[in-house]
Design a protein around this ligand. Structure first.
Ligand code: KG4
Ligand code: ZN
Length: 334
């Protein structure tokens, strides 16, 4: 059998990542996380682009070395074409185009959100139809996956992403960025039913998190007038109640969508899939509805090039290549 070594690049937000995928298997997956954004409380696009420029060659070198191959053995390039921060995407796209042109190699453009879903196919092979809830700092989508490259977005957020909602709650509580994991940590010690926040109900399978965020903000403002230390004294219960609300909204819609399509194989992806409340609720919903539940390794849940390479591999098998005129796009449908 002919050996296919795909060099995959991911640079859509604040992680610079490179991976080598050999005949559909991940040989290496390197990720350089940018820490410059922490002090700003969010990703600063211009700083992200600059950090990608500094990181890209060392990260690619590390991925190639770690895979135990040499540059000349690479047979195709895959890169994140959309969606993401345009300056960040440009760094990865330019690198991949230059490499492909210099070596005369096929070039594969990958959609970041399809790649999050296909991260489930790195270590496992869930049968189709498969449904994935992708939840991260930038995205919240319910995707119906009929085949590797045949996907349909059933629902998505109309405002904040789920991770953003977690981070904003954390910020209101005075926790550092990104606060999602801290909310999770304190929630484990608190009572999820102590405070009630409204579950904003959107039509169909869509989400909206701005209502919960505002209600928590007003609630904290009111309580802090009576006791300035209210949030500090009740941190665990506030985190537990906020997490309970966000998770419930996610699982309600996912269940509704899975039932409507009679889906029995359900997964979660994206950084928020690390959330212990979401994992527990997914397992419970799985028990109740007879689903087999899938959660990829955490390294494949957050932004990474391995998922770009797997998606690239399925596109490679179909001969779905792009030419050098391709340019990245901040927004894109599939
Ligand atoms: O996928 P990811 O690493 O990056 C993108 O946004 O694409 O996701 C990061 C998001 C952040 O909003 C972070 O706060 C959230 O995932 N997150 C969590 C947890 N771990 C990460 N949110 C809640 N609970 C967690 N344990
Ligand atoms: Zn992502």
């Amino acid at each position: 059998q002919k050996i296919t070594n795909i060099l995959a690049i991911e640079s859509s937000c604040d992680e610079t990542s490179a991976a080598i995928i050999q005949n559909g298997k991940v040989l290496s997956n390197h990720i350089a996380t940018q820490h410059v954004h922490e002090r700003y409380g969010g990703v600063v696009p211009e700083l992200a682009s600059r950090a990608h420029m500094q990181n890209i060659i060392p990260v690619v070198d590390a991925a190639i070395k770690d895979a135990g191959i040499v540059n000349e053995e690479i047979t195709a390039l895959a890169f994140t074409q959309a969606p993401g921060l345009i300056g960040s995407l440009l760094v990865g796209a330019c690198f991949a185009k230059a490499f492909a042109q210099a070596r005369n190699l096929p070039l594969i453009a990958v959609h970041h959100m399809q790649a999050h879903v296909l991260a489930h196919f790195i270590d496992e092979q869930p049968p189709f139809p498969f449904m994935c809830l992708t939840v991260s700092g930038g995205h919240t989508q319910i995707v119906l996956c009929k085949d590797y490259l045949n996907m349909e977005i059933m629902g998505e957020t109309i405002d904040d992403a789920a991770g953003e909602a977690f981070d904003k709650v954390a910020k209101m509580l005075g926790l550092p960025y990104p606060g999602g994991p801290l909310v999770d940590k304190y929630a484990k010690l608190g009572d999820p039913l102590r405070f009630k926040f409204p579950l904003s109900e959107m039509p169909e399978y869509n989400f909206s998190f701005s209502g919960v965020k505002t209600s928590i903000l007003y609630f904290l403002q009111k309580e802090r007038k009576l006791d300035p230390d209210f949030a500090e004294k009740n941190l665990n219960d506030i985190c537990a109640s906020a997490q309970y609300t966000i998770v419930k909204m996610l699982i309600n819609k996912l269940t509704k969508a899975a039932k409507a399509q009679n889906i029995k194989h359900v997964g979660i992806a994206g950084g928020v899939s690390a959330n212990s409340g979401l994992r527990k609720a997914l397992l419970e919903a799985g028990e109740k509805n007879g689903w087999k539940v899938y959660i990829p390794k955490f390294e494949y849940c957050t932004d990474n090039a391995a998922m770009i390479g797997i998606t690239g591999y399925y596109k490679f098998l179909k001969g779905d290549f792009t030419d050098l005129s391709v340019s990245p796009s901040a927004r894109a449908t599939w």
